[in-house]
Design a protein around this ligand. Sequence first.
Ligand SMILES: C[S@@+](CC[C@H](N)C(=O)[O-])C[C@H]1O[C@@H](n2cnc3c(N)ncnc32)[C@H](O)[C@@H]1O
Length: 257
Amino acid sequence: MPRRPPRRPDPGLDLSFHLLAQEDLTDPFDPRKAFPEPGPVELEVGSGKGLFLTSAAAASSDRNFLGIEIAHGYARLTAGKLAAAAARNARIIRGDAGFIVGSLLPDACLAGMHVYFPDPWWKARHRKRRVLSEGFLAQAGRVLTTGSLLHVWTDVEEYFDEALAAAEQTGLFAAPSEEAASEPSHDLDYRTHFERRTRLAGLPVWRAALERLATAAPPRRVTASPARTSARAAGPTPTAPGRSDRAVPPPASGSGP
Ligand SMILES: C[S@@+](CC[C@H](N)C(=O)[O-])C[C@H]1O[C@@H](n2cnc3c(N)ncnc32)[C@H](O)[C@@H]1O
């Protein structure tokens, strides 16, 4: 991400529906119960400035979209955009995707997962911190329903190749299929801000969709005591932020929050 701190959302916006905190999630946390309208839930890992979440939520009102973003400022920025758009089918959690996916989400609760330009730690010496580790990918397979897609896009070919090899190792995904780039029809008509930035710089983007297979048994959810939330077992960060067992407030009844 750019080094400039993210813009603060308009202080007049109420972020209470759109911005969740990892420490306030239930254990387990079922994302299908986190939206006012029932519908398949797709998860984005590392939402950054929130372009995917805001445009996907607007384009597919019959689906629900959940983001996880570890950087508080970007999670707030995204929540502000969702609140400004009055999106009822998208929310963002400020937290660690490795911990939330590996330890809080129940089996087969997601109808899709999106990991776009996941992290800056793609070099060999940073392997342990990578979002797309084999442990994370196995947990991603666990939380996805059979037939649903994991989308992986990045501008780092080496990371892409290693992530696809790690996904294959899990035995949970079909061979990757290439995803095509679409021609943008306006300045923000890209999947994410990083895709925009990369393409405007004339650099290549590697894109794949991996279908969750029915054939293999996924690993178990990583159960860890709250004091020892082991994002390590499933994801990239050595220590997950502390959490409590306070529940996420349910969506308001009627037309939703
Ligand atoms: C390179 S940026 C890409 C942002 C966005 N996906 C895009 O394509 O514009 C990677 C994002 O992933 C977030 N991130 C890295 N590790 C994470 C983790 N373990 N859980 C949640 N978000 C994470 C970073 O804070 C950052 O916002």
